[in-house]
Design a protein around this ligand. Structure first.
Ligand SMILES: Cc1ncc(COP(=O)(O)O)c(C=O)c1O
Length: 388
């Protein structure tokens, strides 16, 4: 028996069209971008990149009528967050965030703190929800230059009240950067309607693309205020030794992950054909089924929300008296892939009162069936019996 329940780390399997497009690009396309002539292969790569930018801008409600030039490709969301945070925050500035952040946010912020940036962390409640009134209190008491929050927790799946937080950021004139790692492709998000400064995404989770893809949807105003963290060849303005200011070149130096973009492009078509609403509905039903069964397991303590409201299908729990690493190992031996420990989010675990032991995280995905859940619960009960 083999059963993948670690979709919060990366979705698997991917739709078949994704690997087919990566292969096709490697075999038949393969030209670099803006670094050749106007051969058919060169134009094929240019069109592929533009096509993918257009799909991303449309999916995420990009600014200026989904202008594809306001989309930057990065290697993952960690890089996207670093580009926005390190590219914008300077000594003497202040940034506000929540206690539910992944280290993709916290580590750049702590590094910036060492360089004189003031970092304020607003504590979420014990279910991982950031209370908008706590957030507003902080905004009333200090002038922040930037806010950054994750849309949903990668530990317990709690979804933040994004509309309220985004409205507060507009009210107090604070640019908001959003980490959509756990929600892109599962919850619809419109960057320009929410007036986000930057929406950061990763390609390999809910977007169903290959690893090594990600990016940023920018507001044009914010993009103009951010310095590029990486500079170099762009295939454009080659007479200049300074970085072009034009988008998208400003933030895209070096050869991009073209096979990855080919795969992501197909994945985005698959998402459109399947429909995010249908994906969300299916994942919710599977999550509901799993949640009900988890709550019936003896001695199991579930972190975060105990219902399916304002959450994605990511569940974290401990079983009294058993180390979650040992439990995960037992499950792995029977073919069930989960993730124990701290999930790169120590602050989130402190908020949920599961630090330092962490928790066992189970994250079904679009392709998980009810039979998979039944087998998992059976294996979990057996593993608990063995480990006690
Ligand atoms: C909320 C959140 N932010 C950031 C990341 C980092 O993603 P990546 O490794 O794709 O950069 C993750 C990955 O698990 C995540 O869940």
């Amino acid at each position: 028996m083999s059963c993948y329940l670690n979709n919060a780390a990366t979705t698997w399997p991917k739709p078949e069209c994704v690997s087919e497009s990566v292969r096709e690009f490697m075999l038949k396309g393969g030209a670099n971008s803006s670094r050749g002539t106007s051969s058919e292969r060169d134009m094929g790569t240019m069109n592929l990149i533009l096509d993918c930018r257009m799909r991303l801008a449309e999916l995420f409600g990009g600014y200026d009528d989904s202008n594809p030039l306001l989309v930057t490709f990065t290697a993952n969301i960690t890089e996207a967050l670093n580009f926005t945070l390190r590219g914008y925050l300077r000594e003497g500035m202040s940034v506000i965030t929540s206690s539910m952040e992944h280290n993709a946010v916290m580590r750049p912020l702590r590094a910036l703190e060492n360089r004189g940036v003031n970092v304020e962390v607003v504590r979420a409640d014990s279910h991982g929800r950031l209370n908008p009134s706590d957030f507003e209190n902080a905004l009333m008491n200090h002038k922040y230059n930037l806010a950054v929050i994750s849309h949903a927790s990668n530990v317990c799946g709690t979804v933040q009240p994004l509309n309220e937080i985004a409205e507060l950021c507009v009210k107090y004139n604070v640019p908001l950067v959003l980490d959509t790692a756990q929600t892109a492709g599962v919850i619809g998000i419109n960057a320009s309607e929410l007036k986000l400064a930057a929406l950061c995404f990763t390609g390999h989770k809910g977007l169903m693309g290959p690893q090594g893809t990600g990016g940023i949807i920018w507001s044009p105003e914010f993009a103009s205020r951010v310095e590029p963290v990486i500079t170099g060849g762009t295939g454009s303005y080659s007479h200049l030794e300074t970085q072009p200011e034009d988008m998208p070149d400003k933030f895209e130096s070096g050869t991009p992950n073209l096979p990855g973009i080919a795969g992501l492009n197909s994945a985005l078509q698959w998402l459109k054909d399947t429909g995010i609403k249908n994906i969300a509905e299916k994942e919710k039903l599977t999550g509901e089924y799993l949640l009900e069964k988890l709550l019936a397991v003896d001695d199991l303590i579930l972190s975060g929300r105990h219902d399916m409201n304002n959450r994605v299908s990511v569940f974290a729990f401990n079983v009294n008296g058993i180390d979650n690493g040992i439990l995960a190992d037992e499950l792995s031996c029977s073919g069930f892939e989960t993730r124990p420990g701290l999930h790169c989010a120590p602050s989130a675990h402190k908020t949920l009162n599961t630090f330092p032991q962490g928790a066992l995280r189970v994250s079904p995905g679009y392709f998980t069936s009810r039979d998979d859940i039944d087998s998992f619960i059976e294996a979990l009960n057996t593993a608990i019996g063995k480990s006690k």
